[in-house]
Write a protein of this length. Structure first.
Length: 149
């Protein structure tokens, strides 16, 4: 009788653990899906954004971005030259949450930087190759672009 009860308890523990894992995975997937859907809707709203060409001063071209939860990044498109020193400054008005809580520029700045309200993010780099470099979160969801000529 004791063996049967012990087996029953182990089966219930495994079911409970599996159920908890399933719930956590479901919540994580829902959060990522909802965040991506909200971001996609925001991207459609800002698809008419104009490209920003920033004048070069002191040998470093400074690109300034404002981040807010409502509008993501603005402006979201920049043009720079190959071999030009670039300083990308992100000024968060809000703390980003969920899957979109970081910012990076793969190929130019590969370290995801956390977006925290009031904490300026500074990325300095010198593009070596022409091309389009997406401004993304750590998961690769597109926020904007830097075009290197």
């Amino acid at each position: 009788m004791i063996v049967i009860i012990d087996c029953y308890n182990k089966i219930n523990q495994n079911r409970s653990s599996t159920m908890k894992t399933s719930i956590v995975i479901t919540i994580a997937l829902f959060t990522c899906t909802a965040t991506t859907a909200l971001f996609a809707a925001d991207q459609k709203a800002t698809s008419n954004a104009t490209k920003t060409v920033v004048p070069q001063t002191s040998g470093v071209k400074t690109l300034t971005i404002l981040y807010s939860n409502a509008k993501n990044i603005a402006p979201n498109s920049f043009t720079v030259n190959t071999g030009e020193r670039v300083r990308l400054e992100v000024n968060p008005l809000d703390t980003a949450t969920g899957c979109m809580n970081t910012i990076m520029v793969p190929g130019l700045w590969d370290k995801p930087e956390p977006i925290i309200r009031g904490k300026k993010i500074v990325m300095e780099f010198t593009p070596k190759r022409a091309g389009s470099y997406k401004i993304t979160c750590a998961m690769g969801v597109n926020r904007g672009v830097i075009v290197v000529k």
